[in-house]
Design a protein around this ligand. Structure first.
Ligand code: SME
Length: 176
């Protein structure tokens, strides 16, 4: 299995996602732990899109909050209340949230003041919320239905393979 991700023929976001999907599928490995897989998962997406300023996971805690997991980008808020901010809204509604302009989203949490738009995809395994995948951009309206479709597909692939292990890992972290 090669760790190298190469986007060669893509002309737009849809094509990038289409080239990326099989590469992420083979990059993920059941021989490795879930944290390593999460880290490579976000790195592969991040290095494929210039528009991403920040990408990472938040885990759902037993205290009904979200706590920072593996990410790429600037330092970020460590704890988010479920129902608060874009991440907490996606977690509470269990639906992907696309924010074209963060200044128009009441309660947006500005971890990076330069962030302009955002998409958050919930991680649901067997009806249980395990966390969210969050992507930010310095561009306005960087994310749309194409990102939603493919990021949900990517997350589904990840959770179908590593959801059980992620759940087990979360239950073993004492500070959650
Ligand atoms: N903007 C997010 C907070 C997380 S950072 O973007 C990394 C929110 O409103 O939930």
């Amino acid at each position: 299995m090669s760790e190298e991700i190469a986007i060669k023929n893509a002309t737009g976001d849809k094509e990038i996602y289409e080239e990326l999907f099989p590469q992420i599928r083979s990059l993920l490995s059941e021989d490795e732990n879930v944290l390593s897989n999460m880290s490579n998962f976000i790195a592969a997406i991040n290095q494929s899109f210039e528009k991403i300023s920040w990408i990472g996971f938040y885990f759902k805690t037993e205290r009904e909050k979200l706590t920072l997991g593996p990410f790429q980008g600037k330092t970020a808020c460590t704890t988010i209340t479920i129902g608060g901010g874009v991440c907490g809204t996606a977690a509470a509604e269990r639906e992907t949230v696309i924010v074209k302009d963060v200044n128009e989203f009441p309660g947006h949490i500005a971890c990076d003041a330069d962030s302009r738009s955002e998409i958050v995809v919930p991680l649901i395994s067997k009806d249980e919320l395990l966390g969210v995948l969050d992507l930010d951009s310095y561009d306005l309206a960087a994310f749309d239905e194409i990102d939603k479709f493919f990021l949900e597909k990517f997350v589904h692939e990840f959770i179908s393979r590593f959801g059980a292990e992620l759940k087990k890992m979360l239950s073993s972290i004492s500070k959650l």
